[in-house]
Design a binder for this molecule. Structure first.
Ligand code: ZN
Length: 308
């Protein structure tokens, strides 16, 4: 009898301790719905390749604007024009900008590109180079994750101001011509005015079902403290596809921010077999990969330990 009593007390103490430990760790970090993210990836691809000036591009722009308007405190379109001298074509482009807690001076920026590449120029068969890329991974994946995060913010206001930006015209350029790429982020950074986010997180090509995310080299060199926090968040989330090694240097939408002195990190898996081919389709992506990245980004926002 006595013995039983002692073990019951011990068990009770153990329960209290477990509640305390789990409460310390995961408190107030909302769930990320990876299946919803995957459905948003599919819906974007359902419009077709979102190539600038195409019908699919126009329809997807309206869709994204409506979705973000439903979640954000303020949502706006930033229209701009790019004149392509080589092809003598005028491109009508739009960045979509959603703000949460717009009155808060302390802000961070989360971003992805929503356009698809017009040319599948990594295809082995050169007769396919003039075909557009679907961009399930290269475009739709990052946007899908941020669409779900926008919905999380609606129901669980973030502890500081956050802006989510979908950039247009990221994937337009020809190889070796830096001027033709990153059109949306360059335009945004050039017209940034007094807006000064604490840091920027870009997510790109994170839907690959065989995910491997290395520390992108420009991010590591110029925004190393943000990289450390993201990888700490990944550790806390058991995100095993965030690898500790430093990877390639990638010319992506974080560069225009680094150029004006704003710390910016690119979370990207560039080693994707279907990159810039006609096979970059939803079946190459998985809800699990979207979920892993979504959970890490939410941890960055809601875990106070990572804010210092
Ligand atoms: Zn691309």
């Amino acid at each position: 009898m006595k013995c039983l009593k002692v073990s019951a007390i011990r068990f009770f103490c153990f329960l209290i301790m477990m509640v305390f430990i789990s409460g310390c760790d995961n408190i107030n970090i909302p769930e990320f719905d990876q299946h919803k993210a995957y459905s948003y990836l599919q819906e974007q691809c359902g419009f077709g390749s979102r190539v600038p000036n195409s019908e699919a591009h126009n329809r997807c722009k309206d869709y994204l604007y409506l979705k973000l308007t439903a979640s954000a405190d303020v949502c706006r379109k930033q229209d701009f024009i790019y004149y392509d001298q080589m092809r003598t074509d005028t491109l009508y482009l739009t960045n979509i900008i959603a703000s949460f807690k717009p009155e808060d001076k302390h802000r961070i920026l989360l971003c992805a590109h929503w356009d698809s590449r017009p040319w599948a120029d990594e295809e082995a068969d050169s007769s396919l180079h003039s075909q557009p890329v679907m961009g399930a991974n290269d475009g739709a994946s990052g946007v899908a994750v941020l669409m779900v995060i926008a919905e999380v913010f609606k129901n669980n206001p973030p502890p500081f101001g956050v802006d989510i930006v979908f950039f247009d015209g990221e994937d337009y350029g020809q190889s070796g011509k830096a001027d033709e790429w990153l059109l949306g982020s360059k335009y945004f950074a050039k017209n940034i005015g007094g807006y000064l986010p604490h840091y920027v997180i870009l997510i790109d090509m994170i839907g690959d079902s065989e995910l491997n995310i290395y520390k992108e080299n420009y991010s590591q060199t110029h925004a190393n403290w943000v990289v450390s926090r993201i990888w700490k968040a990944a550790e806390l989330e058991n995100a095993e596809h965030f690898l500790p090694d430093i990877g390639k240097s990638i010319y992506d939408d974080h560069i225009p921010f680094l150029e004006i002195g704003i710390p910016a990190v690119d979370i990207i898996d560039i080693d994707y077999k279907w990159w810039h081919t006609i096979h970059d389709t939803p079946d190459k992506c998985s809800p699990e990969s979207l979920g892993e990245v979504g959970r890490v980004v939410l941890r960055m926002i809601y875990d106070k330990e990572l804010h210092q």
